[in-house]
Design a protein around this ligand. Structure first.
Ligand code: RAM
Length: 366
């Protein structure tokens, strides 16, 4: 009994230490392992009179995805702390059509800001421009809308760096050669398409990738069952497949389950972008495990940084122009930089690797 109490106390201590230890410093350029969770030192200035009665809205890609829920929880935490009202919108499916309906509703409600994870790069432009014409501050996060449709984009990590990290992982896990396939989210998703393009550029840029063959790119639409079906199709269409790379938290989890259920993990491996809390059971070095390692960033912090950015836009502290700086609470100082699409962006930090050594700690955090 004593042992059990000790074990419980020990795990509480370890988890609290993790939460506290991870809250320090901003993660603009964290040393590897320096992810933030920010349970302590929230850095909120408290309720702000200027923001009383203001309505700040967030539209995620789709409902039912825990990654999206973590982003909106970060946004909510920061915006509610300054006394403004938060409206969270979650489309049924990850489509531009559903998001356009929501943008129009928010314009009618006369909100002060709309932060959106775009399900399409260009299709939202008329609705978002209409919002901006009415004086609403518009920003994107996670998945950008085009430069004409936003003041600024909050990017989780540099696009090139994500492409580079994923290609390095595929090269390493495949042993340097063989077939690999990509299981993506929707075919219109700005973020996944940009990462896939970056991966292809990295592949062409160095001879060391010349023995790798990208055989297919398939889309599970960030829906679990569709992602399962697409993984099964990859396995039957490409018997020599060595690696599946899924740059989506929904896709990677579905693929992990298929590979482990089918018992093919000795020959087909998985990597990509996954939520530690969803992938904890699938990460490992053994032949029975699908995923040697994967990458991500802190989705709660993307939501928080988006919240701080929306507040700064509403207060007129920034306009979204290149070179502007602002303080994002305890996340620290951020500078708005030029984005590859001609607009501007704010980058949260580099992607972080989750592997058998650290996954048990992180699966408790997000
Ligand atoms: C899914 C979504 C999201 C993406 C992550 C990695 O949850 O597609 O947009 O950033 O995966």
């Amino acid at each position: 009994m004593k042992k059990r109490i000790f074990a419980i106390l020990l795990s509480i201590t370890v988890i609290s230490a993790l939460l506290v230890g991870c809250g320090k410093d901003n993660n603009k350029a964290p040393a590897s392992g320096d992810q933030t969770n920010n349970e302590d030192n929230k850095g909120n200035e408290g309720s702000d009179n200027e923001l009383k009665g203001k309505k700040l809205a967030v539209i995620v890609k789709s409902a039912g995805n825990p990654y999206n829920a973590r982003q909106s929880s970060g946004f909510k935490e920061v915006v509610e702390a300054v006394g403004a009202e938060v409206i969270v919108k979650e489309p049924e499916s990850a489509t531009a059509e559903d998001q356009i309906v929501m943008i129009n509703e928010l314009v009618a409600q006369k909100v002060d800001a709309i932060a959106i994870a775009g399900n399409d790069t260009d299709a939202l432009q008329p609705a978002l421009q209409e919002a901006m014409n009415k004086g609403i501050k518009v920003l994107s996060f996670d998945s950008a809308v085009n430069a004409q449709s936003r003041a600024v984009h909050v990017n989780q990590a540099g696009t090139e760096l994500i492409g580079q990290s994923l290609m390095e992982a595929i090269l390493d896990i495949s042993g340097g050669e063989g077939q690999f396939a990509i299981l993506s989210a929707t075919s219109q998703a700005t973020n996944q398409n940009a990462w896939i393009e970056a991966m292809q550029k990295v592949m062409e840029s160095d001879d060391k990738y010349s023995k790798l063959e990208l055989v297919d790119i398939v889309y599970g639409d960030d829906e679990y069952q569709k992602s399962v079906d697409q993984t099964q199709a990859l396995l039957s269409n490409y018997p020599d497949l060595k690696v599946i790379c899924a740059p989506t938290t929904v896709g990677i989890m579905a693929a992990a389950k298929v590979l482990e259920d089918q018992g093919v993990t000795a020959s087909v491996k998985l990597t990509g972008l996954g939520l530690p809390s969803e992938m904890g059971d699938y990460i490992g070095d053994g032949d029975d495990k699908s995923t040697p390692y994967m990458y991500l960033w802190n989705p709660i912090d993307i939501g928080r940084l988006t919240g701080y950015t929306a507040i700064a836009l509403v207060k007129g502290e920034i306009t979204g122009a290149e070179g502007e700086t602002f303080v994002a609470g305890d996340l620290g100082d951020y500078t708005i930089v030029k984005a590859e699409d001609g607009g501007t962006e704010i980058i949260l930090g580099p992607p972080f690797q989750f592997n058998p050594e650290n996954i048990d700690e992180w699966k408790e955090v997000y």
